[in-house]
Write a protein that binds this ligand. Sequence first.
Ligand code: SF4
Length: 165
Amino acid sequence: MTPPMTPPMTPPLPLPVLEADCSRCFGLCCVLLPFRASDGFGADKPGGQACGHLQADDRCGIHRDLVGSGWPGCAAYDCRGAGQQVSQVTYGGVSWRDQGNLAEMAAVLSVVRVLHGLLERLAGLDGRGVSALRDRIIVATAGSPEELLLLDLDDLEEDVAAAAA
Ligand code: SF4
């Protein structure tokens, strides 16, 4: 008699990079996010408007001395790798400069940053339930803008909190 077949092991889905890689980002935080001078940014800026220090190559003109220049908020901000994920995966390498809907892009950036934060919280945890939850979140990070904006983040956050408890 032929022995029963063992189901093939499904390899874990690759984790997105959870650290900022500005070289693969279009300076999204410098454009899409609103900020205030009173919060450690050198000027007030609405979301969807490029910071005056952002150069044409999407690099920061004062990056070497953000704190000394009066922009400690930028030095402290951590996109958790959402910038390059949204730039290269969600929008397939199309810059904000060529997008018609920066409000959508800003919302997507915020959602992906939350998802990356949830993946960070699952780091170091194991177990079948954790793996399935991690895979669910990884799949979500690769969604289209519409799919990302329709995610139930509260539901995912509850599941992560339960897994980490
Ligand atoms: S100061 Fe530099 S890092 Fe901060 S928002 Fe402006 S361009 Fe971006």
